[in-house]
Design a protein around this ligand. Structure first.
Ligand code: NDP
Length: 331
């Protein structure tokens, strides 16, 4: 049987957006534990930039993309949670979602509720499951209570806008930072209790003022190099620094004694892929995400759409901080 062909975005070596080109490849048939999915929308994520640039080194040639939504076309042996014709969405390794169709491990692929559009599904799995584990599974020693202050950087971005809304639903006072006044207003409209333009304001000083000098219980920092030092100054004693990205560049090595000097604070470096290591765990987290979206408490903002062939422009825009909310590629 002839396997159908697909377009896929591939790089042959790490580098800038110009390294990405569209290749035509056979899709193949799913083996045990795999499915074939035909995408209706593909999620763009900052991790794709790290993988493309070589910050996160991966074997070459490399097909990019970690998130997508579409319809299941074929199911391999041993896959019981998906059937041909199901609407589905995923955040998954290995990369390769920038394509029309692909064969992939079924473990992290979830049935998409009918009420959630493909574009939302493609935009919410990697980002929404990340917001889920950040807010619910990365806790300071004494836990988070309604009314507690947390600081969330890049609050108007893909993960950020979901986190703002979910934090509000949980009763947290999220202080959101963003790179323009317009982005700050968007974060506020989506649930941030306080907003700070960190390009024009001293965010650590503002956080101290907002919290009456006490500091926040948790800082969620995906910006990395540019915000690291001041972020540590925002924490209350025994607070938790959750570093989960490096949009401005990686955090340089630091001496553990710094943590004592800042008030015996804790630091953790998290990745979604430590949290979704079993089918049951992935489904439980996805069900929680689907429920908060279905309730209307979290809306998925797909603010940018690009045809798959304009993937270079999509990456340029994301890296230039020109996007808000989520971006999808349309095959
Ligand atoms: P975003 O849509 O949030 O885009 C990144 C944002 O970071 C920009 O819009 C920009 O917002 C801000 N930023 C600050 N400094 C820079 C800089 N020098 N260059 C570029 N952007 C900068 O992306 P995502 O929603 O896809 O991801 C958000 C972050 O979360 C990323 O760092 C990503 O890697 C991380 N992440 C980590 C995961 C994990 O499990 N570890 C999983 C998912 C995402 P502004 O202009 O407002 O500053």
């Amino acid at each position: 049987m002839n396997s159908p062909m697909t377009r896929a975005v591939q790089i042959d070596q790490p580098g800038g957006p110009e390294q990405m080109r569209i290749v035509q490849v056979p899709v193949g048939e799913p083996g045990p534990g795999e499915v074939r999915i035909r995408h209706h929308a593909i999620g763009l994520n900052f991790i794709d930039v790290y993988q493309r640039s070589g910050l996160y080194p991966l074997p070459m040639p490399l097909r990019l993309g970690m998130e997508g939504a579409g319809v299941i076309e074929a199911v391999g042996e041993g896959v019981s949670h998906l059937r041909v014709g199901d609407r589905a969405a995923y955040a998954s390794q290995p990369p390769g979602s920038y394509c029309d169709a692909r064969v992939m491990p079924a473990m992290n692929v979830c049935r998409l509720p009918d009420a959630i559009a493909f574009e939302e599904g493609a935009a919410m799995m990697l980002k929404g499951l990340t917001a889920q584990y950040l807010l619910k599974h990365c806790k300071p020693v004494e836990g988070l209570q309604p009314g507690d202050f947390v600081l969330f950087h890049a609050a108007a971005g893909g993960v950020g806008l979901i986190a703002c809304q979910w934090a509000r639903a949980l009763g947290l006072q999220l202080i959101g930072t963003a790179g323009s006044d317009e982005k700050c207003e968007l974060a506020r409209a989506n649930g941030a209790a306080h907003v700070i333009n960190y390009r024009t304001e001293d965010f650590a000083a503002r956080v101290k003022a907002i919290t009456g000098g006490k500091g926040v219980k948790v800082v969620y920092d995906s910006v990395g190099k540019d915000t690291w030092d001041a972020s540590l100054d925002c924490l209350a004693p025994f607070g938790l620094m959750v570093t989960f990205g490096n949009a401005s560049g990686p955090v340089p090595p630091f001496a553990p004694a710094v943590l004592a000097a800042k008030g015996s604070i804790y630091v953790t470096r998290q990745t979604l892929f430590s949290h979704i290591t079993s089918r049951e765990r992935t489904q439980a987290m996805a069900d929680d995400l689907f429920a908060v979206v279905a309730s209307g408490q979290v809306k998925i903002h797909v603010a940018q759409r690009y045809p798959l062939e304009q993937v270079q422009a999509a990456h340029r825009s994301l890296e230039a901080r020109q996007t808000i909310g989520s971006t999808v590629l349309i095959p």
